[in-house]
Design a protein around this ligand. Structure first.
Ligand code: HEC
Ligand code: HEC
Ligand code: HEC
Ligand code: HEC
Length: 421
């Protein structure tokens, strides 16, 4: 879609508060845009349609929204959920994306803090110094701010989960509470609007809103989809983030209350932002250059022969396969620059988990793509002597790749006819 079209779509989505004609003055309303719970999803998963989310679209949407009127962008954290090398690279990438998106405050969640002091400092630096959390342990003198003022808001990221906190950089609950009191006093003195980012599910966040009514807005941990409308607890609004951050949430502060809640799904109609694309490409290049894919655990299996070696005896099957989506599944990843990504390649080639399986297209060209042996099992023995049967009942193989996350619509009876051979 051309930029003009999706910009118009977004203009419809944005409320009529900011009229497009320039002779009408912009009211003193400030938009608060919330990103949250990215959980390592830097890119919309191509496996699921319609694809939503990703930093490339996020940055395009943020740029447009900021062009419309005063906007404060807040990332409630939860950049990653794991703590391996790829998570570290993702966290740094998301921090750069936060800087590019003009994020004013980035809440440090327990999952992020678990990456350790070095990474937390890197995230803070790369994001332009906007990382914040209450109650960082004193011996971790990382210079992380306890809260951030982005007028008219005061953004307070409140850690939780005592057990998880104990093994992270974050302090125990008692001193968090002391810090909270301090933050609220400071907000009151400066006439700011306190907003809490919680690392807690909705129910606990409602309780929090009851106990801390000074907050005008409480943002709970992400759910699988955006709330249709915020909940009201006393004078406080409670909203949840969205898992994978494939939706942007927006509210307007009218001067006395939050109004105009919207949820914008980052669907395919939103184009990729140029800077976002650059940041994403740098990420995939780093994943490639650090050879993370070579670190995957592999087990011993019988030998593979490769799809081409089946062709002489099973030519009709081979032709059907070659033309099916399976026959070009690696190319799909190459087009995305993610063919060397440990989080992708396993389901798009033959035997990535085997010591004798796919290495790379050059070394093992016959094991590229979802091949015959992805479903029939390693079959060199059968190729040598057709009297030896192929090892697997192929119909049982589908779900290992067509799982709910990557193929939510999978149904054997409708999928099999498309690849029958
Ligand atoms: C040299 C010829 C030859 C090659 C090469 C060959 N096959 Fe076969 N294949 C046969 C013959 C012959 C049968 C029938 C065997 C039978 O029914 O006893 C067969 C049967 C099969 C069957 C059905 C019976 C079974 O074993 O479960 C599958 C599946 C199969 N082949 C897959 C493959 C795959 C996958 C490859 C490549 C990795 C391959 N074949 C390579 C000759 C070959
Ligand atoms: C090794 C992983 C893997 C296995 C096993 C697997 N698939 Fe797939 N399948 C894929 C991938 C990856 C794609 C997407 C390929 C592409 O377009 O790049 C796909 C695509 C498809 C498509 C095309 C979908 C479309 O809408 O065009 C069909 C149909 C399909 N698979 C059926 C099956 C069936 C049936 C089985 C089991 C008999 C199966 N697959 C087993 C990985 C797998
Ligand atoms: C668990 C296995 C699995 C993993 C891991 C996986 N995929 Fe897939 N992918 C699939 C399956 C299965 C399909 C086909 C889905 C369908 O059509 O139902 C698919 C389809 C796709 C498609 C759509 C192809 C088309 O044109 O229809 C893209 C793009 C894609 N995957 C990219 C990726 C990327 C990028 C990653 C890593 C971030 C990834 N995949 C990781 C299994 C996987
Ligand atoms: C996506 C999974 C998948 C892929 C890829 C695949 N097959 Fe199959 N194949 C099946 C399924 C499912 C059957 C149905 C019989 C079964 O359950 O084993 C089957 C059946 C067959 C049969 C007939 C078996 C019989 O009992 O009559 C042959 C031969 C065969 N496949 C060969 C191949 C060859 C050669 C390739 C690669 C060129 C290939 N298959 C790729 C899943 C697959």
């Amino acid at each position: 879609m051309k930029t003009g079209l999706w910009a118009m779509a977004l203009a419809v989505w944005l409320p009529a508060l900011w009229p497009w004609s320039s002779d009408v003055p912009i009211p003193a309303t400030v938009r608060l845009v919330l990103i949250g719970d990215t959980q390592g999803y830097l890119s919309p998963c191509g496996c699921v349609k319609p694809m939503a989310g990703g930093i490339r679209r996020r940055l395009a949407a943020l740029r447009l929204m900021k062009g419309v009127g005063p906007t404060v962008v807040v990332d409630s954290g939860g950049l990653v959920s794991g703590r391996d090398r790829q998570d570290e690279i993702k966290a740094e990438t998301l921090a750069e994306s936060a800087r590019a998106g003009g994020v004013a405050a980035l809440g440090l969640r327990t999952s992020d803090a678990r990456l350790g002091p070095g990474l937390v400092q890197a995230i803070d630096r790369l994001s332009g110094g906007v990382v914040t959390t209450l109650g960082l342990k004193e011996d971790n003198a990382l210079g992380i701010r306890p809260w951030i003022v982005a007028e008219p808001f005061m953004i307070v990221s409140v850690p939780s989960e005592p057990d998880a906190i104990a093994e992270s950089l974050l302090e125990q609950p008692a001193s968090v509470i002391a810090a909270l009191r301090l933050a609220l006093k400071s907000a009151e003195a400066e006439g700011l609007v306190p907003v809490a980012l919680l690392d807690q599910p909705l129910a606990e966040s409602r309780d929090f809103a009851v106990r801390w009514p000074e907050f005008k807005l409480v943002v709970a941990r992400g759910q699988s989809s955006a709330m249709l409308a915020p909940e009201t607890v006393g004078q406080t609004l409670v909203v949840t983030g969205v898992e994978k951050a494939n939706v942007l949430l927006s509210l307007e502060w009218s001067g006395s209350a939050f109004v105009g809640y919207r949820a914008l799904s980052l669907g395919p109609e939103i184009p990729d932002d140029a800077e976002g694309s650059h940041i994403f490409r740098t990420y995939t290049r780093r994943v490639d250059e650090e050879r993370l894919i070579d670190r995957l655990p592999r087990v011993e299996t019988p030998s593979f022969a490769g799809s081409a070696s089946c062709a002489p005896c099973h030519s009709s099957e081979y032709i059907v396969w070659k033309e099916s989506a399976h026959g070009s599944a690696l190319k799909t990843l190459e087009d995305e620059g993610q063919d060397r990504d440990p989080e992708c390649t396993g389901c798009h080639v033959v035997g990535l988990d085997s010591t004798v399986g796919f290495r790379d297209r050059k070394t093992t060209p016959n094991l590229a793509n979802v091949g015959c042996e992805s479903c029939h099992g390693p079959s060199r023995a059968h190729v040598m002597d057709p009297a030896v049967r192929t090892p697997k009942k192929a119909a049982d193989s589908c779900l290992s790749c067509h799982n709910p996350a990557h193929s939510p619509g999978f149904d054997f009876d409708t999928y099999w006819p498309k690849i029958r051979h």
